[in-house]
Design a protein around this ligand. Structure first.
Ligand code: FES
Length: 152
């Protein structure tokens, strides 16, 4: 994943100041920061708390509650493999093992430029096993199609 601006508190404040009133709610504000910087570092807590006029603890609570909010820079590729029932029936467990072996990283971990995550249904059940790679949905996945999507 690339194309994110380098983190700076000044730039973060500009992002937050530019949000419309409905974007100044905690979750949309954090999502906006992540969209711009790729992640939300701990230094953002004070900025968000100040701009939204909430406590640092409230920001921390929301930031750590939602798994899709990143606190560390994103890897080059985020690979989400579906392990829900329909995909399991179509071989997702074997695919997970193959992908783990191919990248030398287990589900839930970051290895090199790849982060492997499990998800429970991507809404693509008929084309399982399904995966999402850097936000792009992939159906009838094989380890090779995952590898190609990671390199794209
Ligand atoms: S079960 Fe995998 S996409 Fe629905």
């Amino acid at each position: 994943m690339s194309g994110h601006a380098p983190w700076s508190a000044t730039a973060a404040r500009e992002v937050l100041d530019g949000l419309p009133p409905h974007g100044r709610l905690m979750l949309p504000a954090l999502q906006s920061l992540q969209s711009v910087f790729g992640y939300i570092p701990d230094e953002a807590l004070d900025v968000v708390a100040d701009v939204l006029n909430v406590s640092r603890a409230e920001v921390y609570g929301v930031l750590t509650f939602y798994h899709d909010l990143r606190r560390t820079p994103p890897p080059k590729a985020e690979v989400r493999l579906c392990v829900a029932e329909a995909c399991q029936a179509q071989g997702s467990r074997a695919l997970v093992t193959e992908v783990e072996q191919a990248y030398g990283v287990a589900l839930g971990e970051i290895g090199g430029d790849v982060e492997l995550k499990e998800v429970f249904c991507l809404g693509d059940c008929a084309l399982g096993p399904a995966a999402m790679i850097n936000g792009r949905l992939l159906g009838r996945c094989t380890v090779e199609s995952v590898r190609l999507a990671v390199m794209a």
